[in-house]
Design a protein around this ligand. Structure first.
Ligand code: PLP
Ligand code: COI
Length: 338
């Protein structure tokens, strides 16, 4: 594999040894297969290609100081994939098969799990796609589930450093009763133009508002949003955001640290009252917010006055990481040791 510079990895694709696959055909899921090919072949009329019948997941494995590999909350990803399947009429994958495939994918690529202390991790990407052919807009009758893994560093190149986010009022990523709550590719296709505009202007990501009223905060491009004030962790309630497993975990940790936790509608203007804020997700971990610029209104909300991560974001980040790495006891049974 050449030598990987573990401490300087970005969030990109690195070829690993094996991926795991199973096909749904004739009304049942087949056995898990180990493949060393990076290619998949399918019918040119496969529903994933034409009608976006596809969903994916993202989770991570970490190398501990004790040499053990830990996978974080994979059951939650299995359940969310089932919810995505329900949302776009794909065959649901049983939880046990999902979990077995994740463990197999990690085991088959152990040498790519970044070492303890490098700050990097092994990103696990499950994908479920409609492979059966259709010309009319109908669900497929055949599906492929595949998992590949790739070692990654931070999603935003700054890592755990505050960066700026942009509100672009002319773009929505998901409608209130659309597919925002599931992890289907169309949501990400819908976010590409706004994402590129934000990046070209030097922002980490777009901070999306609710599509209907444009009054409330939804989420950041690839992550949920939270704000901190008055010893309270506040995160948007919305019908068009992905239920983040990281956010769910942070809410538990925040409560244990003695913070109040509120999941409710968050007005854009409330940004001016936050002492700290962050984007949170598997890839983003916690990415502290420096500033939010509402570009069409010309308003700027400075969150980090000194340009540094806030004390509560830092505490949450360290606590989450300690559990993932096995430095602290896994009192919630969030971790699976491979
Ligand atoms: N929101 C969106 C749109 C995402 O793509 C992700 C990434 O999975 C998240 C939030 C964070 O979710 P999680 O913490 O489960 O990774
Ligand atoms: C993740 O955090 O796992 C994501 O899926 C975010 C992004 C890479 C789409």
């Amino acid at each position: 594999m050449g030598s990987i510079d573990w401490s300087n990895l970005s969030f990109g694709y690195v070829k690993t040894d094996h991926n795991i696959r199973t096909y749904y055909r004739d009304g049942q899921w087949g056995d898990l297969e180990v493949s060393s090919s990076e290619q998949i072949t399918m019918h040119m009329a496969a529903t994933c290609l034409h009608y976006g019948q596809e969903a994916f997941e993202g989770l991570k494995a970490f190398m501990g100081k004790d040499g053990k590999i830990r996978i974080f909350r994979m059951r939650e990803n299995a359940l969310r994939l089932q919810s995505s399947c329900k949302g776009i009429l794909m065959q649901e994958l049983p939880i046990e098969i999902f979990e077995e495939a994740v463990v197999k994918a990690v085991q088959a690529n152990k040498r790519f799990v970044p070492p303890y202390g490098s700050g990097a991790s092994l990103y696990i990407r499950p994908l479920l796609i409609g492979t059966g052919p259709q010309v009319g807009v109908k669900p497929a009758d055949e599906f492929l589930f595949v998992i590949f893994v790739t070692p990654v560093g931070p999603y935003f190149k700054e890592g755990f450093q505050p960066t700026a986010y942009a509100i672009l009022r002319d773009f929505d990523r998901a409608a209130p009763h659309g597919t925002g709550t599931i992890k289907t590719g169309g949501n990400y296709a819908a976010s590409l133009v706004a994402g590129e505009i934000a990046h070209s202007k030097g922002y980490s990501a777009v901070l999306y508002l609710d599509a209907k009223e444009k009054k409330y905060i939804d989420e950041c491009g690839p992550a949920n949003f939270f704000g901190i004030k008055d010893n309270t962790y506040i995160t948007p309630f919305s019908e068009s955001i992905l239920p983040s497993i990281t956010n769910k975990s942070l809410m538990v940790l925040a409560e244990e640290m003695g913070l109040k936790v509120e999941r409710r509608k968050v007005l854009v203007e409330e940004l001016s009252t936050f002492e700290e804020a962050g984007a949170c997700g598997t890839a983003a971990v916690i990415s502290p917010v420096l500033r939010v610029d509402d570009l069409d209104k010309g308003t700027s909300y400075i969150i980090s006055k000194d340009g540094k991560p806030g004390a509560i974001c830092t505490k949450l980040y360290k606590k989450l990481q300690a559990i993932q790495l096995g430095d602290e006891a896994d009192s919630h049974q969030w971790v699976t040791i491979v």
